[in-house]
Design a protein around this ligand. Structure first.
Ligand code: SF4
Ligand code: SF4
Length: 494
């Protein structure tokens, strides 16, 4: 299938395009984010250990998450593009003499899923949001792990297989309006070096000649020590059909000798309408489903009924250790429930459409409908993270004023602790409902395409089953978000 023609290519815009494609273009995004991260680290380790007065806790748990969702929805995976954790990796790559491939058994999304599970679990158990010191250690651990993995392995193993934050971005950037694509598929067909994937780096200069089409002039280009690396997450531009696993690093655009890579503006969530976009893999599909469930359990951990449930669980099991009770709660909500719902959905779809359960059909149906959990999932996350952001957005001002004052810099005057949210919780409640229901609407739209593609005239039956299952998730999310929620990290400000 030929890709649709590129309508608007950001890389062709007069100033921005040139800036982005420069060899060090990514640094323009990474350096500001690195400076912010260093500031968070510094304040986390040395600043006041009161969450609402420390840049590390307010910056990470209130602002980063809210802004992240907004940017994913409006632009794309800019946070991976500007990720400061990849900066020490570049040094590691130079130090690495003979890199190895990441172990085959770990080359899926299970490790990344375990990382996501672990981070949400630790967040609740250790109250990461309440501890600037622990937050700073989490940031530092991120630098350490990405550096170590880049030192050992050839591909960007940390981004592709491990990073929980990146995995979240990979999944939800599928609804973003920007995507990497080729400008002309014909040029790719005659491309010998496939530099978008392989890179244009060579220890000593090497001349390559592309296949010469009839009537076209010879095309030669050089690989040399100044060349750039190819795609770290091993995507091959002519085959890209989705934003999934794209860090928007633009190395492919810099490496392509034919200037044939575009960063095109496209219809958001385009890939979700095509049931053949994603590989039929348990790990990838389970990730799509489980992340939507995690959106509900993560918010559930901040409302009063969670304490009743934990108390009941403790009485039932005789377990008193908080970590064990949370592990059970998250194990059920984030692993068992999504797995059962996903498999149950696939089984029910096969039953209602009269399809014989044979061979890989269960897995194929599971995988075909799993992307439908992405739009509703981002709606749920946007409602939750948006709540914390909107109710605490301006707190960063007094926290920063306080930081300056503590370091004898009177630039912004004394902290104005009266600054708080952008709007009240009641007003934002309506927007939360719209975000969740809006995500559900888009999910239904994608289910319709998939159901019709797989089951033809019987597709409406499959649509009904999946829609009802998604409705259950939506109702749970609406219930959770309608409860009074802890104002973590900002509640002791006023
Ligand atoms: S995008 Fe560029 S480097 Fe990649 S295959 Fe096409 S022409 Fe070759
Ligand atoms: S090199 Fe790979 S990850 Fe980076 S922008 Fe291109 S396709 Fe995306």
């Amino acid at each position: 299938m030929n890709p649709a023609p590129v309508r608007l290519d950001i890389l062709r815009l007069p100033l921005l395009g040139r800036l982005l494609k420069q060899k060090r273009g990514r640094l323009y995004f990474q350096i500001p984010l690195l400076l912010v991260t260093l500031l968070l680290l510094y304040d986390g380790f040395t600043g006041p250990q009161q969450a609402s007065q420390n840049l590390a806790t307010v910056g990470v748990w209130v602002h980063y998450r809210g802004v992240l969702i907004l940017i994913l929805l409006l632009v794309g995976n800019l946070f991976c593009m500007g990720c400061p954790f990849t900066l020490p990796r570049t040094v590691a790559r130079r130090l690495s003499k003979q890199g190895r491939r990441f172990p085959k058994a770990l080359r899926g999304k299970w490790l990344a899923f375990a990382g996501l599970f672990g981070i949400f679990f630790l967040y609740e158990w250790l109250d990461l949001w309440a501890s600037p010191l622990l937050t700073a250690w989490v940031i530092l651990a991120y630098f350490g792990v990405s550096f170590a993995l880049e030192l050992i392995f050839t591909e960007s193993a940390f981004c592709k297989y491990v990073c929980p934050l990146g995995t979240f971005n990979f999944v939800y950037s599928t609804v973003s309006p920007l995507q990497i694509s080729t400008r002309s598929p014909d040029v790719c067909r005659t491309c010998v070096g496939r530099e978008c994937l392989n890179g244009s780096y060579a220890p000593s200069p090497l001349i390559l000649t592309d296949l010469i089409r009839e009537g076209a002039s010879p095309s030669t280009h050089e690989h040399n020590p100044q060349g750039v690396l190819g795609c770290g997450t091993l995507l091959f531009v002519p085959q890209i059909r989705s934003n999934f696993e794209c860090t928007l690093c633009l190395d492919c655009a810099r490496a392509c000798p034919h200037d044939n890579v575009a960063l095109q503006v496209r219809s958001p969530a385009k890939e979700l309408l095509d049931p053949h976009t994603f590989p039929r893999r348990w790990d990838v599909s389970f990730l799509f489903i489980a992340l939507a469930f995690m959106g509900v359990t993560n918010a559930f951990g901040m409302i009063p009924p969670v304490y009743d449930l934990i108390g009941a669980l403790s009485r039932l099991t005789g377990i008193n250790a908080e970590w064990a009770l949370l592990l059970i709660l998250f194990g059920v909500g984030n692993v068992l429930l999504p797995a059962l719902v996903g498999v149950g959905m696939a089984w029910a779809v096969l039953r209602v459409t009269g399809t014989v359960l044979r061979g890989r059909r269960l897995r194929n149906v599971f995988c075909a409908f799993a992307p439908a959990f992405i739009p509703v999932g981002i709606g749920i996350w946007a409602a939750h993270y948006g709540f914390h952001f909107v109710t605490g957005a301006l707190t960063i001002v007094p926290v920063f004023q306080n930081f300056l004052q503590d370091h004898q810099i009177g630039l912004l005057g004394p902290p104005n602790w009266a600054l708080g949210g952008l709007m009240g919780t009641a007003q934002f409640g309506l927007i939360q409902g719209m975000l969740i229901v809006g995500g559900y609407g888009l999910s239904l739209f994608t289910v319709r395409h998939t159901a019709a593609d797989l089951f033809g005239q019987k597709g409406w039956r499959a649509w009904l089953v999946v829609s009802l299952i998604l409705l259950g998730l939506v109702l749970a999310a609406l219930y959770v978000n309608a409860q009074p929620m802890e104002m973590r990290g900002i509640s002791d400000l006023h």
